[in-house]
Design a protein around this ligand. Structure first.
Ligand SMILES: Nc1ncnc2c1ncn2[C@@H]1O[C@H](COP(=O)(O)OP(=O)(O)OP(=O)(O)O)[C@@H](O)[C@H]1O
Length: 198
């Protein structure tokens, strides 16, 4: 269970938001919506432990989540708006690298298949289209389980088939008790998700 209590965020000494409170139980999904610049990406970075809250608390299972950042990082996967991919690596090498980073064996083939990328497995990422890059960034989610997924605009650039594959991945994650917080301007395949408007 993730709980935000009265979170506030400053960026460049400017208050972006304050008084943000919500709970995300296991298996649940929360959509962060709001105008450009409202602070959706900033809130996700804060939930990921990459940005310090100016006020408030972030709790995991009732305990301070940010006291031990390494432990917090272990329990989550963060998909940033930049895909954070190395151009020289192939898709398969990218996933093998990510699996080692998560300290898990991870099945690169299954993760590639989950996003329909098996035909591109041996291709270097520098040759990927925008949507293919996004699919590969998302395939990392399928490598090893983590209870909390933080997704910044996960469907940006995806075609309808890839959105549907992502829907399957999200559903399996939630069925296993995983939670999702996603920032978006687009409809996401997250049935029953709650919405928090910034
Ligand atoms: N590194 C930074 N330094 C200073 N201000 C920043 C920084 N990053 C973001 N901001 C500011 O923080 C505010 C919130 O930005 P953020 O990217 O969180 O918004 P967003 O809701 O995700 O927007 P969008 O819908 O356009 O993606 C904006 O006013 C932005 O200019």
């Amino acid at each position: 269970m993730l709980e935000a209590r009265e979170l506030a965020c400053l960026r460049g000494e400017r208050a972006v938001f304050a008084g943000v409170s919500f709970r995300v139980p296991p298996g649940a999904a929360l959509l962060l919506t709001g105008a450009n610049g409202a602070g959706k990406s900033s809130l996700l970075r804060l939930l990921a432990g990459l940005l310090r809250p100016a006020a408030g608390a972030l709790l995991w299972e009732g305990e301070d989540a940010l006291g031990d950042r390494v432990e917090h990082a272990r329990r989550l996967r963060y998909l940033s708006p930049q895909d954070a991919l190395k151009p020289a690596l192939t898709a398969r090498e990218t996933l093998a690298f990510a699996a080692r980073l998560h300290g898990a064996a991870g099945d690169a083939g299954a993760a590639l298949a989950a996003l329909g990328l098996l035909p591109l497995a041996e291709l270097p990422v520098r040759l990927f289209s925008t949507g293919q890059r996004r699919r590969l960034a998302l395939a990392r989610l399928a490598l090893a389980p983590a209870p909390l997924w933080l997704l910044d605009e996960p469907t940006l650039g995806l075609d309808t088939a890839a959105v549907s594959r992502l829907g399957g991945l999200l559903a399996r994650h939630r069925e296993g008790g995983g939670a999702v917080v996603a920032a978006t301007h687009l409809p996401l395949p997250l049935p029953g998700a709650a919405e928090f408007r910034l």
